[in-house]
Structures are given as C-alpha cells and as structure tokens.
Ligand binder design. Structure first.
Ligand SMILES: [Zn+2]
Length: 103
C-alpha cells in the first residue's frame, strides 16, 4: 500500500512534513509514501519529491512528529467523536472502537 502527501512546505517545514508523512506511513502500514512539494497553489510544478521507506528516520527523530500527530488525532476526536464502527482518525485503518476509541 502506498501513501502520498502534497505540500508547499519549504526548508524546516519540508523536513517536518517528511517526518509527519513517515509517521503516517508507519500507522497505515504502507511500504512507500511519496511526499511531493509543489511550487505554489497555481500550478502543478514539482519543486521537490521524496519517496519515503521504512527506516528513513530513526525513532528518536520521529518522537516530536508522533506526539504532534497524536495531539491532532485527540483534538479531532474531542471536536467530533467518531462512531464506534467508523475508521479511526489516526490512519491505523482499524475501527475506532478497537483503536483510539477503546475505553
Ligand atoms: Zn486510532
């Protein structure tokens, strides 16, 4: 399974986008995750492209990105709690009731 992120992020934000995509790759059990940087919102000119595979970043490098993603998932759950049988918003592919919806 593959995933994709399209972003306008540059420099440090590009690096942060790569790490967040790596977290998504792991959660969704993807083998590859393409991160595509576009020049701007007005066209499809690609200015950078990286295809992520497992091991691209160390666990230590991903600590902050994992925490950031977890915070976003929690915020989403508190603003609108998914139904028990919906897919969990964390991208695990599991039903909410057996993932973040467990009590
Ligand atoms: Zn979850």
């Amino acid at each position: 399974m593959y995933g994709i992120t399209v972003t306008y992020a540059r420099n440090a934000n590009w690096e942060a986008e790569l790490k967040l995509s790596m977290v998504h790759l792991e959660l969704a059990s993807c083998t590859r995750w393409a991160v595509i940087q576009l020049a701007n919102a007005h066209g499809l000119q690609i200015t950078d492209l990286e295809v992520l595979v497992a091991g691209r970043f160390s666990d230590e490098e991903l600590v902050a990105s994992r925490a950031k993603w977890e915070a976003q998932v929690q915020a989403q759950i508190s603003s609108r709690r998914p139904n028990r049988n919906d897919q969990c918003p964390c991208l695990s592919g599991k039903k909410f009731k057996i993932c973040h919806g467990q009590r």
